[in-house]
Design a protein around this ligand. Structure first.
Ligand code: ZN
Length: 113
């Protein structure tokens, strides 16, 4: 243990203290993990926990009905060159026969090859 904890990344307070694996700031209430940067929380993961990146190829793991249409993206559909975006549908991609659509990362699986 060291008594020099890093200052709060939000408000730069030096009165931070450790609670289990987290550091806590008493001044602004911010909590963070000292051994992981904030970046890991921003990572998008597929249905089985693989980290997804721009340009990855994924397959759809269940039939997905497209909103506002009777079309269904079938399970097993391969989607190339995905792009990660913010929001509920966090994958922006072009699906053959459907065009540009948004998918949810939990309904895809990264194709590892
Ligand atoms: Zn703070």
């Amino acid at each position: 243990m060291t008594d020099t904890l890093p200052p709060c990344p939000e408000c730069a307070s030096t009165y931070t203290y450790q609670v289990d694996a987290l550091l806590t700031c008493p001044e602004c209430g911010h909590e963070w993990s000292p051994d992981q940067g904030n970046s890991s929380e921003d990572q998008v993961r597929d249905s089985v926990g693989n980290i997804l990146l721009d340009g990855d190829t994924v397959t759809v793991i269940k039939d997905l009905k497209l909103k506002g249409s009777s079309s269904v993206v079938k399970v097993g559909t391969k989607v190339r060159n995905i792009r990660l975006v913010a929001g509920d549908h966090d994958i922006d991609c072009k699906v053959p026969g459907f065009g540009q659509i948004g998918l949810k990362s939990k309904f895809v699986k990264k194709l590892l090859d």
